[in-house]
Each structure stands twice: as C-alpha cells, then as structure tokens.
Ligand binder design. Structure first.
Ligand code: GUN
Ligand code: ZN
Length: 438
C-alpha cells in the first residue's frame, strides 16, 4: 500500500544540540511557519516549506491541516515503568520505603497476563495522549509482563524499548528470579522480540541491591555478546540506597564501580537518576558513552535530590530526560520539562525551552542511539509526530497570544502545557491519538 499524506502547518525539529543559550546555536533548529511533512508508508518522504513543495505533490494527496498548531517529532521517554502506572501518586515515602510499601506489592500483580495486558494498553493510551511515541520501559520480573507490553506496542506500530526486570535478591519471593532463570527468560524474550518490527530489547537489572554478583555477571555476559542491546538500571538516586550498595559491595569504591565491574556501563546503557555523583564518576560514565536519565518529577516526588545537569554537561556526559513513572508524577514530556526547569532554577541553571525540547526529541534519540530513525523530521526518518495546540485551553491561548516569538511560545508550552496540549499523535505514519475536539 502506498500510503501518502501531507501534514501541513508550523513545525519545529532539531538538527543539533541548540546549546544552553537563550537563542539556539546557529543551524541547530529546523523551523517552518507553513511547513509540510510528506509521509509515505510510515516514513518521512520530505520535509519542506509547504509552498515550495506544493507544485510537486500528487494532485489527489490528502492534506491534513494543522495550520494553527505546532508539529514536533514524537516525544521520547528514556526511562519509565509501565507497571507502576496504577501506583503513581502514592503518598509520603522516599525510595526504599516506597519500593517496599507500594511498588513491589503492585509489581506482584503482573504474574497475571490479564492484568499485564490491561495496564500495557492503558499505559500506551496515556503515552499517546501526551505525545510520547517512544519509551525505554521497565516491565516486571515476570516474562509475561514483557510479552504483553511488546505485543501491545507492536499492534500499534510503535518504536519501543523494554525488558524484563532481573532481580534475584532483596525483594519479595514472588518477584525474584535467579541468576539462571533470569538469564534464560531474558534470552527467550530477546529472541522473541528484539528487532521485531520497531521493538528493541533493554537488559534490565533493577539496581545493584536487588541483584547478586552472579546475576550482574550474567547480564554483562549477554551485553558483551550482543552489543546492540540496550541496558537500563538505576544509579545513585537516594542516600539510603547508596549506603546499602556500599554494604552489599564492600569491595567497590563507589556505586558506579559495581556496574563497571560487571561490564554494564557502555554506550547503550541508561542509568536513571545519577543525582549523587562525584565529577570523576561523571567522567567515567562519559568515557563509556553511557547516559543518565534525568527524572525531575520523580526526584522531587521521592525527595531524592536535585540533579546537576550542567555538571554532567561539563563532564561531556550524555543526558536524557525521563518521567520515571510511577516515581514520577506525570507521563507528559511537557510536565517533565517544567519540573526540569524548576530543578534547574534551584541550582542556578534554568533549562531553556530550546534545550528542553531538544532533549525530549533528538537529544533522547541520540542518547538511546535511535537518532537514525526517530527524534527529528528528516527524509527517510520514521513518521512519529506530536501535534501541539498553543490554544488548547483558554489560559494557554491567552499566554500564546502574548508571546512575541517562537522561543517564548515554546517556553509557554513547556510551562503551561499538559495532555490537552497534545492535539494529535502520529506514529509510523498513522494518527493514533486525536484529542476530543470539544
Ligand atoms: N530503584 C530501584 N527500583 C526503582 C524504581 O522502581 N523506581 C525508582 N525511582 N527507583 C528505583
Ligand atoms: Zn525508575
């Protein structure tokens, strides 16, 4: 089927990191006031000014009019737990108590296929409602939680990374695997799902305290043999966690060394949080080409601390941006940027809208090595698109009317926007979400 269409309207996409300045670095932004994205069979055939391309379009091509909207590449969430959707907003705990009191009991439910199916569908509906078309997703230790998630993502044609949690100690029996069964199940899941359609497998040891050295070693072995796999885990989120790691791994001089020792720190490794790091630790992560997932709503909600984004930048360390739901309070990339701005303000390093939207799109795609496929509008790229509505609510509309340029408009969207701001979400060239036009 030769499925052609044009989406016409204002568009913004990044060609490069815009830097930290108030205005984007020269050549880093692609912007058209009256743009056209020509979609063919799920891919972007051309991106241009509409008037430049109009004369060569097939006469009968469908044109979807987004003339009062703003098109951006679909948003990317580099670290999120789909299985924690229903425990978002659970009151009053910091990390380790929150895991024991809310998270582990909830994750036990995912032994049941019907529950996993129900939550996977609800999670993907919510992702699309907030313009997120790709995420790197924690499942639970139950293989069925991964099968159901990938099956749901495949049916929708989404590009998704996910994996089975590996944890063989310090968690309820119903959630623990063993080094052997974790390895076996992971290998089966990789062979069933990795590289199928738009799906990729992420090795997922939960964090150092819940894996034995034998399990971490087995995980490193898989990664050494299959370097195209991703890996994600948690690192230096909370002081209690850090103290516990020091007790469990007394031979390691710091938390990061645990992961280094087992060859888990590489260019496709994402470490969620990384709040409490020394500069030498940041340098080591940077040298390995790894990325830290900055999860601002989670860091505020769990009281974990303020992430020093510029210290990471100084070290040349890749940063991605993530919701970390259910520790995070919002799946929305816009809400995540708002919290990142607020955390930055407290550290004297406010996040510009340019830098924020770059991270949410091309920056995250680069951090996850997916930028040859997603994260920007370019010929041959996959057609994943978030259509934002600067007039989504009366208040946002008033504020949008007052903005004088795109810089101000983008900032107003990131501070005042929410799920209502996402007018439509396209993935793989199909419209998968259309906000009620009430
Ligand atoms: N550390 C280990 N597990 C988790 C989790 O589920 N959420 C967060 N935020 N941190 C973790
Ligand atoms: Zn997490």
């Amino acid at each position: 089927m030769n499925n052609h269409r044009i989406l016409r309207g204002p568009l913004v996409s990044f060609l490069n990191d815009p830097g930290e300045g108030d205005t984007p670095a020269p050549g880093s932004v692609l912007h058209h006031d009256d743009g056209a994205i020509w979609i063919e069979n799920g891919k972007i055939r051309a991106v241009a000014d509409y008037r430049e391309i109009a004369s060569i379009l097939p006469a009968d091509i469908e044109v979807v009019d987004y003339s009062d909207k703003l098109m951006m590449p679909g948003f990317i969430d580099s670290h999120v737990h789909y299985v924690q959707l229903d425990i978002m907003a659970s009151y009053g705990r910091q990390l380790l108590d929150w895991l024991n009191d809310y998270t582990f009991p909830e994750e036990c439910r995912f032994a049941e296929r019907s529950h996993a199916e129900n939550v996977a569908e609800a999670f993907l509906d919510e992702q699309l409602r907030v313009g997120t078309t790709t995420a790197q997703v924690f499942c639970t230790s139950h293989p069925v939680s991964v099968d159901t998630f990938f099956a749901a993502a495949k049916r929708r044609g989404l590009r998704m990374l996910a994996g089975k949690v590996m944890m063989d100690r310090n968690a309820p029996d119903a959630l623990t695997d063993t080094a052997e069964s974790g390895l076996r199940d992971t290998q089966r899941l990789i062979s069933d799902w990795h590289g199928k359609d738009r799906l990729g497998y992420t090795l997922t040891p939960r964090f150092a305290p819940t894996s034995t050295p034998a399990q971490l070693d087995a995980t490193g072995g898989i990664l050494r043999n299959a370097p195209d796999l991703h890996l994600q885990t948690h690192l230096s989120e909370n002081q209690g966690e850090i103290d516990w790691v020091a007790e469990l791994f007394p031979d390691c001089t710091d938390y990061l060394e645990v992961y280094e020792r087992y060859d888990l720190v590489g260019p496709r490794s994402t470490f969620a949080h990384g709040i409490h790091l020394t500069q030498p630790m940041r340098n080591r992560l940077a040298a390995a080409g790894a990325n830290i997932a900055f999860c601002p709503t989670s860091n505020l909600f769990l009281g974990s601390g303020l992430f020093d984004r510029l210290a990471c930048r100084d070290a040349g360390l890749n940063i991605s941006i993530a919701s970390d739901v259910g520790g995070g309070t919002d799946l929305s990339g816009l809400a995540t940027l708002k919290a990142a701005y607020q955390v930055g303000q407290l550290l004297g390093q406010p996040l510009t809208a340019w830098q924020g939207f770059y991270r949410l799109t091309l920056g995250n795609a680069r951090a996850l090595h997916l930028d040859s496929r997603i994260g920007s509008f370019r010929e041959g790229g996959e057609a994943d698109i978030a259509v934002l509505d600067p007039h989504a609510t009366p208040l946002l509309s008033r504020r949008s009317e007052r903005t004088r340029n795109l810089t101000e408009q983008l900032f107003a969207l990131m501070m005042l926007g929410d799920d209502r701001t996402i007018y439509a979400t396209w993935a793989n060239g199909e419209c998968l979400h259309q906000r009620d036009i009430a």
